[in-house]
Design a protein around this ligand. Sequence first.
Ligand SMILES: [Zn+2]
Ligand SMILES: [Zn+2]
Length: 163
Amino acid sequence: MLLNQLCPCGSQANYADCCGQYHSGKAIAPTAEALMRSRFSAFAKGNVDYLLDTLHSSKRKRGERLQLAQSIKNTRWTRLEILAKKQGTPKDSKGIVEFMAVYDRPELGQMHERSRFRKETDAEGQARWYYVEGDMLPPHQPKRGEPCWCGSGTPFKQCHGKR
Ligand SMILES: [Zn+2]
Ligand SMILES: [Zn+2]
């Protein structure tokens, strides 16, 4: 398997078997976490259509497409870590996913967010998860002995946690 076929979401699965099946419409993300991961992969791959399609209708503003395109152009997302989740299973209609996403452009940094998702039935009668909104959280600090958030593999205290 070639490295560039690995899914950007960090699942270690092939892109086609992971978020790719949701991007292509071959399958529908069954959980809030799967939708979250597939939206991250869409950011990483520059798939604006998918990001718009999976954004809750109440949150689609005028100029959203342009904003998403700009954000994709300016930021290169490299890594996703799911930190916590609540509900969001195939049986639920609401879900919360806390995650940290790392980017290396314009400069190395992380985004730590708690996102809310809602499942609704679309015009074809198909139940789908949508991203509603998220709360920005302070930068995620790995616990003692855990590797740094940046993905270096070095313990946090010896990397970005060094004072
Ligand atoms: Zn994936
Ligand atoms: Zn680091």
